[in-house]
Design a binder for this molecule. Structure first.
Ligand code: FAD
Length: 698
């Protein structure tokens, strides 16, 4: 018999962990026809990742659910470092803030992965109007790319055969263990099981033959199926790197202890028994990351997992933290893993099948990066795929996924390498102890690492989505592919760029748009400006209009707006005839004149506050940098490094990364930027005529 079902879908997402769910969220927010499948019959409920960095929270806010996560999570405010004193007894040697002060309006928090996945699913349900649901117990049997069709925008070049399992076939295998506690070892890298999918498929075939399969033709496939990714193996791609000798245990417990910093994040280096990391969690729980010095990998590099039990792991923790007492009655979850640092050699095939998350990078979990970087991979990719499917962006923007994210993955591996070595090493006894780890160096790495670990140091290189200068060979992830990409980008010299960047010194091109408070001009309400940069798939032009009451400045603003409003402007041409003018690109204004002397309708051209015949003028587009009644003064112009009189213009991508900065007079450059990445309809001759009529041609 043949598969009975056959269908087309724009985007197929394989795997519903954090990376897959983020991809599905973009599809829901952009109204894309998408499916998301997962071989497991349930989501996870406890354990695994839990740390959320500031950038992930900013992203959650742009999607509309940071508040839920923020309320439920445990907030980590301080890190305490514990080290052996001259008698080898641990003592607190330092305290540093957990999140660098002033970096973001959010700080690092912890909440278990299972809760985060639930909140994602609620958001997907809401935005997709229940049309995108995780299809559980479904896995791919085969994946074929028709290379003759990969350059055709309308084609569905990827054919995936899917198989639906029964409840029993899709239940995760359990490792036999004496403990009653949910045990994460069966998913740990100490227990790699590459035949799992093959066994699941064989069992299902024996039961239902071909009728248990369906054929799906997809425009794009996103493989988010974790560290042992089936999709990666189906594409013949590899992770490159090595496993280290360090083996760590993880336990989520409610501790009973006299250790004074048990509700702080702690890094403890004992003199002889290894290291311990304490992560305070929600619901009185604490996560312990425990170095297992007594488990050493064998000649093949594999650690023996037979002796790894919760009792064994906990004994190691008790030794490290002594002379303090540590005990527990309740354990929520435990696992162990061997640190491996690997990164994929390629993140996509023909820009049609992509890999994201653990499928393309693995590293130690202690720095709390796994889930964050994985979600941010698909936060980078999702809107690009969605806008290409919609015909708004050119297909070649998809190459920026690898050039932008593989570089982040490589930076992460380097960071992790250094951090793991410093954390897993024995502390130096004195200055002469060259093999030991210098604790000052450790603290220094921690402080520097905190910047990296916030997710805010991400800085994307030159492409048709980011206008900055650059030697092509140094761009992106250092591959030939991203060098080619940089060559196709619009050229800007170092000098020219420096002049433009000087207009907004604290809005660096390539980084995420930072947030300061501004007031809505119409109603005086304070907003963090980033709250207005919603993840709805729209690009944005932010007009820093400056002092619009100065006649010369007002003339500049009016001239810029006239060009924006002209029929051949990028915004008019890219907006479909039947859609609102802000449906593809939204223009937001921040001015610096006094709020009480300014009026939305009187002082701003219509393009900045468009009219809709059903709902009237748009009062949510114009903001002012002024003092508020209840929340102080955001001082946004100063904080953004923008001149209060003259302002500037900034283009922002749908994922909040800064794409371009220029003067109000640089309209043509802004137009070029959008010509470079959008699939812009040609200028009509009628448009030219209207422009003349409007008297705009100088
Ligand atoms: P995953 O979360 O692994 O999701 C992959 C999904 O794909 C799964 O739901 C899986 O069922 C599904 N899938 C796999 N194969 C197929 C297939 N063939 N077909 C269909 N679906 C498939 N990170 C930390 O920061 N701290 C920690 O303490 C920590 N502990 C961890 C402990 C364990 C045991 C594991 C496995 C991971 C841990 N991590 C930790 C890592 C963190 O969970 C990951 O970095 C993060 O979940 C990556 O997200 P992802 O979506 O890329 O992959």
């Amino acid at each position: 018999s043949h598969p009975t079902k056959e269908s087309n879908v724009d985007v197929l997402i394989i795997g519903a962990g954090p990376a897959g769910l983020m991809a599905a969220t973009w599809m829901a927010h952009c109204g894309i026809k998408a499916r998301i499948i997962d071989k497991r019959n349930t989501k996870i409920f406890c354990g695994q990742a839990d740390g959320l960095q500031c950038r992930s929270l900013e992203i959650f806010d742009s999607l509309g659910f940071a508040d839920r996560v923020w309320k439920e999570a445990n907030h980590m405010i301080e890190i305490c470092m514990w080290n052996p004193d001259e008698n080898g007894v641990i003592r607190r040697s330092d305290r540093i803030p957990d999140t660098i002060v002033g970096l973001s309006r959010f700080q690092q928090i912890v909440l278990n992965q299972g809760r985060i996945e639930t909140i994602f699913m609620d958001n997907i349900k809401k935005y997709s109007k229940d049309s995108i649901k995780v299809e559980r117990g479904v896995l791919p049997e085969s994946l074929v790319i028709d290379e003759s069709k990969v350059d055709d925008d309308e084609a569905y070049p990827v054919t995936v055969t899917l198989r639906t399992l029964t409840e029993e076939e899709s239940a995760p295998p359990q490792v036999i263990s004496a403990s009653k506690v949910p045990d994460g070892l069966f998913r740990s890298n100490l227990h790699e099981d590459y035949d799992e999918e093959a066994r699941m498929i064989a069992a299902s075939r024996a039961r239902s033959g071909e009728s248990g399969s369906e054929v799906v033709h997809a425009k794009y496939v996103i493989g988010c199926d974790g560290a042992r990714s089936w999709t990666r193996r189906a594409l013949g791609l590899e992770l490159i790197g090595d496993a280290t000798d360090f083996v760590w245990g993880v336990m989520d417990i409610i501790p009973i202890t006299d250790f004074p910093d048990i509700r702080m994040r702690c890094a403890i280096h004992s003199a002889d028994h290894g290291s311990l990391m304490i992560i305070p969690r929600e619901k009185k729980m604490v996560r312990l990351y425990i170095q297992l010095k007594e488990v050493t990998p064998d000649a093949t590099g594999r650690a023996d997992r037979s002796k790894i039990t919760p009792e064994f792991i906990f004994k190691a923790a008790q030794k490290i933290i002594s002379p303090y007492k540590l005990d527990y009655e309740y354990c929520d979850w435990w696992t162990a893993y061997q640190i491996g640092q690997r990164v994929g050699n390629q993140f996509d095939v023909h820009n049609r099948v992509f890999l994201a998350g653990d499928a393309v990078h693995t590293h130690s979990p202690k720095a709390g990066q796994g889930m964050n970087v994985s979600m941010q991979d698909t936060f980078n990719l999702g809107w690009k795929v969605a806008l290409v499917v919609k015909g708004i962006c050119k297909r070649d923007i998809l190459s920026t996924y690898q050039s932008e994210r593989r570089r982040v993955a490589k930076d992460l591996i380097d960071f992790d390498h250094k951090f793991s070595r410093l954390f897993s090493g024995r502390p130096a006894k004195d200055m002469m102890d060259a093999e030991g780890i210098n604790m000052e160096e450790f603290k220094d790495a921690f402080v520097k690492g905190n910047m990296f670990a916030s997710g805010l140091s991400v800085d994307y290189g030159t492409s048709n989505l980011i206008v900055r200068p650059g030697n092509a060979a140094e761009q992106g992830d250092g591959t030939e592919k991203s060098a080619r990409l940089a060559l196709t980008a619009k050229k800007i010299t170092q000098e020219e760029f420096a002049k433009k960047q000087a207009l907004a010194t604290e809005i660096p091109v390539g980084k995420r748009f930072n947030s300061f408070k501004v007031l809505c001009q119409a109603d005086g309400r304070p907003w963090h400006f980033q709250e207005r940069l919603k993840a709805d798939g729209r690009f944005r032009v932010v007009l820093f209009a400056g002092n619009i009451h100065a006649p010369e400045q007002k003339a500049r603003v009016e001239k810029f707006c006239a060009k924006l409003d002209a029929p051949d402007s990028f915004i008019r041409r890219i907006t479909p005839k039947d859609k609102a003018i802000d449906s593809v690109i939204e223009v937001l204004t921040i001015h610096s004149a006094k709020r009480t002397e300014t009026e939305v309708l009187r002082d701003f051209p219509e393009i900045l506050r468009p009219f809709d015949e059903h709902v009237g003028w748009d009062y949510d587009k114009i903001y002012v940098d002024d003092i508020s009644y209840h929340e102080g003064f955001g001082d946004a112009y100063k904080n953004y490094g923008v001149d209060k009189e003259r302002g500037c213009v900034v283009a922002v991508r749908p994922d909040q990364y800064v794409a371009w900065v220029g003067e109000l007079e640089d309209f043509e450059d802004l137009q070029d930027y959008f010509e470079g990445c959008l699939k812009m309809p040609k200028v009509s001759s009628a448009a030219k005529v209207t422009e003349k009529v409007n008297g705009l041609v100088e």
